[in-house]
Ligand binder design. Structure first.
Ligand code: ADP
Ligand code: MG
Length: 575
């Protein structure tokens, strides 16, 4: 947790101010019982009204000063802690944004969400507590003991009995609650995971009638968390009455023995009253410290989780000296590329070599799981390859900055992802400053105008979260339009036409051809009709290239291609 306190740096002044304010507040609290004993022993005993009024006035002043310090300190510490939380959250967020896909898989999305929200809140709370306790608790405890001893050293022997008892009780409770607090964070993660899966998969869950099963799964996670929370809270609940009981017994003991001492004339009534207040202050500060001991391990668990996020360096980083790749436009070249997913036994693709230039359409066809999507995801450098090299515009992708590399690419993923916002917003996602004209044109090329016009507000129609209010094919067309507004050098379409009917597919490809004739186009497709007129076709089979060539050549030379074709087209069409 100490490591995280570096984010407090901008707040150094207000932290210092809080500590100073609380120092004065503690002084005021320590001074008040002494004043009280003065009033009782000097003022009341002698019947000196003037004295009572003047000391009473001083008491009011001191109390008011203490109150002002407390209010200011509370305000500042709350402000500091929330500011700290905000900074830390944005730091975690930008770290997560720099992650490559590996790191996401490693920590898990649900856990990343908990870490950015709940875990940071946890630390924020402890921070407030530490700031408030750090100065006042030791001052009240030590100062209280000094003051009590100075009032009456003999009566202070009560503390020798009480304080060890109190310490033992605190120790036992803290020791029991720490592991419980630790496991709560993990259980919260689990709950988030189940909830997230449920919310994103609600359609599938309903369709397969798995509601009950999912409900059970959620209830289990929920109950698990609740049980632990109840256990912890029971402990905390027991702690308070035990402490109160001890405090009250201490008061009784002080009054009892103090009474005897007063009887013998060894002590004055006012001193005893002050003594009781000091005893309360001492014990209360010990309780506060013990609460801190409970909270710190919990926050520590959170801190470890946050540090893990901050400490996980993204595997894919820009090199120190990035090269610009602007001289040659739209060239993509794979040289003997082999890549395997982490933990996989076999490479997902191996020994892939091909090249594509501007104005060329390269189609990639092959069975599911043959490595087509994998291959395309290597071009924007979502993953780093094991061996070989991938060149874009003649420069290795590892030597470019990721930003400049990705700016050259219009990527249309296999699974269309849209964002909450209007249709125009979503298309403009490809290029923020695209004009209305460009947006419209992109939608037209993507064959999306028709269904957009049919929606209530046209381009301003709102897309629900995850794009659930439009169909799969419509989503795909919008994500094509999103890539088109960028006017990139290289287009990558990953199986983007599969959810379109044949007619739209054909129209779209004709429109695309006109629009992007100077760019390099890589298309993954399942339909032979989609790939047939490509300049070159790559036939993928189990992670390797089974053949490269145009339709006619491949029909002659490549058995895998022939099989795919004959499964889709009739004999006449092939000829
Ligand atoms: P295609 O797009 O041709 O259907 P993919 O490129 O998606 O095939 O997948 C190729 C292989 O890589 C498959 O065997 C799949 O199981 C594996 N694979 C795909 N994505 C991942 C991933 N994120 N982690 C591990 N293995 C993966
Ligand atoms: Mg795929």
């Amino acid at each position: 947790m100490i490591k995280l306190f570096r984010f407090l740096k901008p707040y150094a002044i207000s932290v210092a101010a809080v500590l100073v304010l609380l120092f004065f507040q503690s002084l005021a609290e320590l001074y008040l019982p002494t004043l009280l004993s003065d009033i009782v022993d000097t003022g009341i005993v002698k019947g000196d009204t003037q004295y009572i009024i003047s000391v009473g006035g001083l008491m009011l002043l001191v109390a008011a000063g203490g109150a002002v310090c407390t209010v200011l300190a509370s305000f500042l510490s709350a402000k500091t802690a929330t500011g700290f939380g905000k900074n830390l959250r944005s730091r975690v967020f930008s770290q997560v944004e720099s992650y490559s896909l590996h790191e996401f898989d490693k920590i898990g999305t649900a856990s990343l969400i908990t870490r950015t929200t709940n875990d940071i809140t946890q630390i924020q709370q402890v921070l407030i507590m530490i700031m408030r306790m750090m100065v006042s608790a030791p001052m009240m405890a030590i100062g209280g003991i000094i003051m009590a001893v100075s009032k009456d050293a003999t009566l202070s022997l009560v503390f020798i009995v009480v304080l060890p008892l109190l310490a033992a009780a605190i120790f036992i409770i803290v020791k029991k609650s720490i592991p419980l607090f630790r496991s709560m964070q993990i259980k919260l993660d689990k709950l988030n995971l189940v909830l997230r899966e449920n919310l994103t998969g609600i359609r599938v869950i309903r369709a397969f009638n798995r509601l009950d099963h999912e409900k059970k799964r959620f209830n289990e996670a929920n109950r698990d968390l609740t049980c632990t929370a109840i256990k912890v809270n029971k402990l905390m609940a027991v702690m308070m009455p035990i402490m109160m009981l001890m405090m009250n017994f201490t008061t009784i003991a002080i009054v009892w023995f103090g009474g005897i001492r007063i009887d013998h004339g060894d002590m004055q009534v006012g001193d005893m009253m002050a003594f009781i207040q000091y005893a309360m202050q001492i014990m209360f500060s010990l309780i506060m410290v013990s609460m801190m001991f409970v909270m710190i391990p919990r926050a520590e668990a959170s801190a470890v989780r946050i540090n893990e996020v901050l400490g996980t360096a993204p595997e894919i980083k820009d090199t120190a000296k990035v090269k610009r790749a602007d001289s040659k436009k739209g060239f993509v070249e794979f040289n003997n590329v082999t890549f395997s997913y982490p933990g996989a036994e076999q490479p997902a693709i191996s020994n892939i070599s091909f090249s594509a230039g501007p104005g060329e359409v390269i189609a990639i066809i092959g069975g599911t799981g043959s490595g087509k999507s994998t291959m395309l995801s290597l071009i924007p450098r979502f993953f780093d390859i094991d061996s070989g090299s991938i060149l874009v515009n003649g420069v290795d992708v590892r030597e470019m900055s990721q930003e400049s590399l990705r700016a050259k690419i219009g990527f249309v993923p296999q699974k269309a992802v849209l964002f909450t916002g209007t249709i125009a917003d979503n298309i403009r996602f490809g290029k923020e400053d695209a004009t209305d004209e460009t947006v419209k044109r992109a939608a037209e090329t993507a064959q999306a105008t028709e269904f957009i016009a049919n929606m209530k507000d046209g381009f301003d129609s709102v897309i629900a979260q995850g794009g659930t209010n439009i169909s799969g094919g419509q989503k795909q067309r919008l994500s094509i339009a999103r890539a088109l507004v960028r006017k990139p050098e290289i287009y990558v379409f990953d199986d983007t036409f599969s959810a379109l009917d044949f007619k739209t597919d054909a129209r779209l490809r004709i429109a695309l051809k006109k629009e992007i004739k100077d760019s390099t186009v890589l298309i993954v497709a399942h339909r032979v009709s989609t790939v047939m007129d490509a300049d070159r076709i790559l036939v993928m089979d189990d992670g390797v290239i089974a053949g490269i060539g145009n339709h006619k050549e491949l029909l002659k030379t490549c058995t895998v291609y022939r099989e795919i074709v004959s499964s889709q087209l009739s004999e006449e069409e092939i000829a």
